[in-house]
Design a protein around this ligand. Structure first.
Ligand code: UT7
Length: 329
């Protein structure tokens, strides 16, 4: 059933680090090839944060751009919500570091961790807070600097990721635009397939955890791949159904950018032409929570988010977690 009250994206901001790391650069670092990376993943290059740049630095730039585009000042928002898997520190939250860097008035700020699905989880949480009247506006930031938690000697993971940030200013919609539906889920029983084992209470940091390289992302790529195709395909279809729409009414599909073959498998399930499926993995790799806001921003820049257009966003990540949202521009 379609809800009467909806939230909308008032503005989008993004930030991408300047440094570009190409597949050819990676050929000099590990036993890989441009050919393998391109055919298996669709990635050609990715952005990498500078040595001194931390997650909140990227997030704050995306946030400033979103606020500027909305014509708002930091004091006009009520909550800074940050979706990330690579926080500046375990605590305080990256949201609090961003609040400090933005120099806002006192307001609520916290992080949300849901693997690469974080931005969509963040949208759903924001919607609850806005429509219940707890917040008037939420600044939702999706940011990851996976380059700093990647094992650069492990060719099975280091070729996949990139750094980036995206931010949405969210508020209640006063017109026909806004989110029509969402669906979300998680299956913690498969958590070990994609994890960063150490640094928490399971394996507190020690000489041994460093020696064993447990402070880096570990992934069973094949298993993650199969689950991603299944869960993202199902979630996207369910969200469309919940919105009271048919598949062929979808104008654009924005899948989380983890692998071009995953994206193509979902597009096929949706029966969508290639030009209606947003793909930018070639330029940025897998930026985790930042893939969806950056893709949406690029679609907007191309002038494609015309009023009434239907956009489906769908993601999958560590947890496992998954979610899909249907947006009417
Ligand atoms: O964002 C969260 C969700 N993440 C994902 O959805 C990622 C999902 N997984 C994937 O995208 C893919 O599984 C990968 C791209 C990670 C791997 O592709 P694959 O087709 O599943 O390859 P594989 O892991 O089955 O490995 C095939 C071969 C292996 O060699 P052998 O054992 O067949 O001799 C690997 O050692 O490819 C080898 N290989 C590489 N070769 C060159 C793995 N990584 C590389 C590499 N360069 N970078």
């Amino acid at each position: 059933m379609v809800r009467e009250k909806r939230i909308k994206i008032k503005s989008i901001g993004i930030y991408l680090p300047e440094k570009i790391l190409t597949n050819y650069d990676l050929e000099k670092m590990v036993d890989t090839s441009d050919e393998w990376i391109t055919t298996r993943t669709g990635i050609k290059e990715r952005r990498i944060a500078a040595g001194e740049q931390v997650t909140s630095d990227l997030g704050v730039e995306a946030a400033k751009m979103a606020l500027e585009k909305a014509g708002l000042k930091p004091e006009d928002i009520d909550l800074i919500l940050v979706a990330t898997n690579s926080p500046d520190t375990i605590f305080p939250s990256t949201a609090c570091w961003i609040q400090r860097k933005l120099g806002t008035r006192e307001m609520a700020a916290f992080d949300l961790q849901a693997g690469c699905t974080g931005m969509l989880y963040g949208l759903i949480v924001s919607e609850g807070l806005i429509l219940s009247g707890i917040c008037r506006r939420v600044l939702l930031i999706g940011v990851d600097v996976l380059s700093k938690i990647t094992n650069w000697e492990d060719r099975t993971t280091c070729v996949l990721f990139g750094d980036g940030a995206g931010a949405f200013v969210l508020e209640e919609s006063q017109d026909e635009s806004g989110f029509l539906s969402h669906c979300w889920g998680a299956d913690g029983s498969l958590g070990e397939l994609l994890m960063l084992p150490a640094g928490g209470t399971l394996h507190p940091a020690s000489e041994q955890t460093v020696k064993d390289k447990l402070h880096y992302i570990q992934m069973k790529g094949n298993e993650v791949f199969k689950n991603a195709v299944k869960r993202m395909g199902e979630a996207a279809l369910e969200a469309v159904k919940k919105a009271g729409l048919e598949k062929d009414q979808v104008d654009f599909l924005i899948p989380h950018q983890a692998n071009l073959r995953i994206i193509e498998a979902i597009a096929e399930r949706f029966n969508l032409d290639r030009n209606r499926v947003v793909v930018n993995i070639d330029k940025y790799g897998n930026m985790s929570v930042a893939t969806i806001p950056v893709a949406l921003y690029e679609l907007q820049q191309e002038g494609k988010l015309q009023p009434g257009k239907i956009v489906v966003m769908v993601a999958f990540g560590a947890g496992f977690t998954w979610a899909a949202s249907v947006y009417r521009c």
